[in-house]
Design a protein around this ligand. Structure first.
Ligand code: C2O
Ligand code: CU
Length: 467
């Protein structure tokens, strides 16, 4: 036995309290309870447990599994010493359910309780996380997954979820409390020194030869981007951010997944009994490491599934009307080594020094969000289609997330994308231009921000109003 445990299946210790009532037309009301509380996580089995914040005692929190078309009701009780809220990342919920403090709801006070309830129109892999002081609360462990099953799930031998995260652990074995420091904020964000899958360091993942896996990857890290290469395997990307995509091998053989994003892979276990194959993370050239080893057990291979590739049925996201779409340019600026000289903070032109003095370093269309006043940057007409031409004029990567909507990624650097992916979080490389389009069909004030949470704190955040 290896010194660390075998990750043989998704380690979901706690099942949430769950009830299920039938609604009309075969739809179900699924009820869950989530309790925010402190806990201990066995992040590394060779070391002492680490004090964390959790939903229901575990990191990740309980996986909420429902079926497409169901209605979900989640009662959240807050047993932490800080207020909190829950955001349903990627789910197209009504604005009042979106979980953004001060914008869509009052924070849930310590000791308080709040009920979220909404329909789930789309199948796919989603996640929930705190949206209150996110850079601290997510980092301490406040996240979990929502899996919305297709009405006819595709045939696989195992459907599993890997929630990727990293932690900044001090020599004393605790989470470093350097939240919100200026260096992380103005550079790549808070990159940790311990990488976990489903809340613990795993070195081995056991597989059986011949099995077909659906692997749902979720990046819950504050800032770390992953580029996973599965040696000995040829996974196909079948969904991004929950939304089906034409099954394809990832570009360059690397599955790139930035904070906030999800990626569903179809992976045939092509190795032979007893073999080992490594999964590498190659994103940061100077910090490559082995995330996991696939360890084939000794059982005889399962009969091969048909080679015919299964694509997922389309979801219900409306197709943007590109001909009549309104167009907006959006420029992201700031950060270290950038060219941003000044931007508007609290309505006042402020230079980079002044911004840094206020814990800010980023601007969206010349505006630095102070995190309190959230006046809309754009007003969109309900039901109309919009194209956003976004330019990353910084030296840093930014995964840009829009709440309440799912957009098509139409082009990168003026070239059409091959798959016109539906996404809710799109990674922009330094200097890159990305064009997205969507139907503004969900009324309300919606956050639009970088999902590197230190960048969000540092001003890279704005609001789009749909009315
Ligand atoms: Cu996943 Cu505004 O967040
Ligand atoms: Cu960013």
């Amino acid at each position: 036995m290896h010194r660390r445990g075998l990750l043989s299946s998704l380690a979901l210790v706690l099942l949430p309290l769950q009830a299920c009532t039938s609604l009309r037309a075969g739809r179900k009301l699924r009820e869950f309870e989530l309790v925010t509380m402190t806990g201990d996580a066995q992040i590394d089995s060779t070391k002492a447990p680490v004090p964390v914040w959790t939903y229901g005692g575990s990191v990740p929190g309980p996986q909420l599994r429902v079926r497409q078309g169901d209605r979900i009701r989640v009662a959240v009780s807050n047993r932490l010493s800080q207020p909190t809220t829950v955001h349903w990342h990627g789910l197209r919920v009504p604005n009042a359910m979106d979980g953004v403090p001060h914008l869509t709801q009052h924070p849930i006070a310590p000791g308080g309780r709040h009920v979220y309830e909404f329909d789930v129109p789309d199948a796919g892999t989603y996640w929930y996380h705190s949206h209150f002081q996110s850079s601290e609360q997510l980092d301490r462990g406040l996240y979990g997954t929502v899996i919305v099953e297709e009405r006819d799930p595709i045939p696989v031998d195992r459907d599993l979820t890997w929630v990727l995260d990293d932690w900044r652990i001090t020599p004393a074995g605790r989470i470093s409390e350097t939240f919100g420091n200026a260096h992380d904020m103005a550079h790549a964000g808070r990159i940790g020194n311990v990488v976990t899958v489903n809340g613990s360091v795993h070195e081995e993942f056991s597989v059986r030869a011949g099995e077909r896996l659906r692997m749902r990857l979720v990046n819950a890290a504050n800032a770390r981007i992953f580029a996973l290469a599965f040696h000995g395997h040829r996974p196909l990307v079948i969904a991004i951010d929950g939304q089906p995509v034409e099954p394809h091998e990832p570009a360059g053989g690397r599955v790139v997944i930035a904070p906030g994003m999800r990626c569903d892979l179809l992976l045939d276990a092509a190795g032979r009994p007893g073999e080992r194959h490594e999964v590498h993370d190659l994103f940061y050239p100077r910090d490559r490491y082995v995330l996991m080893q696939f360890v084939y057990d000794q059982q005889a291979p399962l009969p091969r599934r048909s080679a015919a590739i299964v694509s997922l049925p389309a979801n219900t996201v409306p197709e943007p009307d590109l001909v009549n779409a309104g167009t907006h340019e959006i420029v992201f600026e700031g950060g270290m080594m950038g060219t941003l000289h000044q931007a508007l903070l609290d309505g006042k032109p402020t230079d980079m020094r002044g911004m840094l003095g206020r814990g800010k370093a980023w601007a969206v269309n010349g505006l630095v969000s102070d995190g309190h006043e959230m006046k809309p940057m754009l007003e969109l007409q309900r039901g109309r289609s919009y194209r956003l031409r976004m330019r990353n004029e910084t030296r840093w990567h930014h995964p840009i997330h829009l709440h309440g909507h799912t957009f098509r990624v139409l082009g990168r650097n003026a070239k059409p994308t091959e798959h016109r992916e539906w996404q809710d979080t799109v990674l922009m490389s330094p200097g890159e231009q990305v064009e997205i389009a969507f139907v503004a069909d969900n009324p309300g004030d919606w956050m639009f921000h970088c999902h590197i949470l230190e960048h969000q704190d540092g001003g890279m955040m704005s609001v789009l109003r749909v009315s």
